[in-house]
Design a protein around this ligand. Structure first.
Ligand code: EPU
Length: 419
């Protein structure tokens, strides 16, 4: 799919963000653990969520998804899912829970955005401690659950978001076993998953700290849960507004989960105010900056490509260091096609102020496509973005939202020259 973006737009107006993709995916994966009916609200209607729902349906969970609400009922679980899952990284989260529930799980090898090696060694090490042996077979991955006889302690070599969620979910139904996970990731989405599991009767403490304890229970009860707002969607719109000098109100998000981003932006001169469930971004004179990404509460890697765009618009030389993924600078080549002056040295980039013009661009991963979309919207002249459909993986209702904030675009069926 090719999108033609008109350019020369100011990003302004009012927008409401959806539920967090990275909270919805683990919460949906954990539905293979349920024994009673569950209702979850604010599930974003995006491609990655559809893939996860297809996977849990294929495992035997009855799911109805309408108007951002999931109603789920347990039925006969099976541990083997062959048809779905290779396009999202979060599919790995089903491995341990399905193995515990069925004794044997087999899934396609997890996929996702191509932003680095994205190995799963931390997951596998942790699963082993929980009595699960894992075999990789061509493009499939198999897990066999034997049993755990004594309490478990797992030390993560890196605070992986996915491994923290996966091991937490896998431990929940190890009845009578106490599991302690150390050096955990602390992202708000992990806290949301912990709240959901505890609302069903799980016994988890310490979520949001680097030490999580789980006392396994026999079964989970009926519950209702609402997913937190998407902080990366929010950050994308904040940075878009700041890079175009527009005033934007963003509803559906609490600054409690945004402070690591808004504080960093305020430090460089951004004017942002927060009320209970909204943020307002004002036109601001920004200073150049030095920024490094890292596990929460450090600056999120998922907003690093967007910050590269912002750096093009400030008056001076900025530096950005990426510490989470090995290969997350593919947006740099696209921004350079638009006239950006950026140099890459291993995991660090230097960005000089640059006036961007329209160009023919290609989307490669989710956050990069969002970045070049906003770059194209604010550049001088029209742009075309190939593989634009990647945006549907993580940005809900994007056509309407783009129009609402002043971005003019059309979807082209066939490739053609930018005039
Ligand atoms: N890692 C390993 N071994 C593992 C697990 C991770 O080496 O077993 C490495 C990864 O290769 C990576 C780093 O550790 O270099 C961080 O990976 P992590 O496991 O923390 O990330 P994830 O769970 O795969 C989630 C988000 C990503 C987000 C990262 C970091 C979901 C579904 N995905 O991925 O979101 O970038 O945490 O915050 O929650 C996105 O939304 O665009 C996105 C990529």
């Amino acid at each position: 799919m090719i999108a033609r973006i008109r350019g020369n737009s100011k990003i302004e107006g009012e927008i409401t963000v959806g539920g967090a993709k990275n909270s919805a995916l683990p919460v949906l994966a954990s539905l293979v653990l349920i024994s009673e009916e569950i209702k979850i609200e604010k599930i974003p209607d995006i491609a990655d969520v559809s893939e996860m729902i297809s996977m849990i349906r294929s495992a035997g969970v009855a799911v109805n998804f309408e108007k951002n609400t999931v109603l789920a009922r347990p039925s006969n679980l099976k541990g083997e899912i062959r048809e779905f899952g290779s396009s999202i990284r979060a599919s790995i989260l089903l491995l341990g829970p399905l193995a515990v529930r069925t004794g044997h799980a087999e899934l396609r090898y997890p996929g996702g955005c191509s932003i680095g090696k994205r190995s799963i060694d931390i997951h596998i090490e942790g699963l082993k401690k929980l009595g699960i042996s894992v075999n990789e077979k061509n493009d499939m991955i198999e897990a066999i659950f034997d049993k755990v006889l004594k309490d478990v302690r797992i030390d993560l070599r890196f605070p992986s978001v996915g491994a923290t969620e996966h091991l937490m979910m896998t431990s929940v139904l190890l009845n009578g076993i106490h599991t302690e996970i150390r050096n955990c990731a602390k992202e708000p989405e992990i806290v949301d998953l912990g709240k959901f599991l505890n609302s069903m009767g799980a016994k988890i403490s310490g979520v949001g700290t680097d030490r999580i304890s789980i006392d396994g229970v026999k079964k989970l009860n009926a519950s209702v849960h609402s997913i937190i707002g998407d902080r990366i969607e929010t950050g994308t719109y904040i940075i878009g507004a700041l890079s175009s000098g527009g005033m934007l109100k963003i509803n559906g998000i609490s600054n409690n989960v945004m402070h690591n981003v808004t504080n960093e932006l305020k430090k460089i001169g951004a004017k942002i105010t927060a009320s209970e469930n909204a943020l307002i971004v004002y036109p601001s004179n920004l200073r150049p900056f030095k920024l490094s990404t890292g596990p929460y509460p450090q600056f999120p890697t998922d907003l690093q490509p967007q910050m590269t765009l912002l750096a093009c618009h400030v008056n001076g030389h900025s530096e950005i260091t990426e510490t989470v993924f090995e290969n997350r600078f593919r947006h740099v080549d696209e921004l350079k096609k638009m006239g950006a002056d950026i140099s890459v040295d291993k995991n660090k980039i230097e960005v000089m102020p640059s006036k961007l013009h329209g160009a023919k661009l290609v989307g490669n991963d989710l956050r990069e496509t969002a970045t070049i979309l906003f770059a194209a919207a604010t550049a001088d002249g029209p742009s075309e973005i190939e593989k634009f459909e990647i945006i549907f993986r993580g940005y809900e209702n994007i056509y309407k939202k783009l129009k609402d904030i002043g971005i003019d675009f059309e979807i082209l069926k066939i490739d053609r020259e930018v005039s």
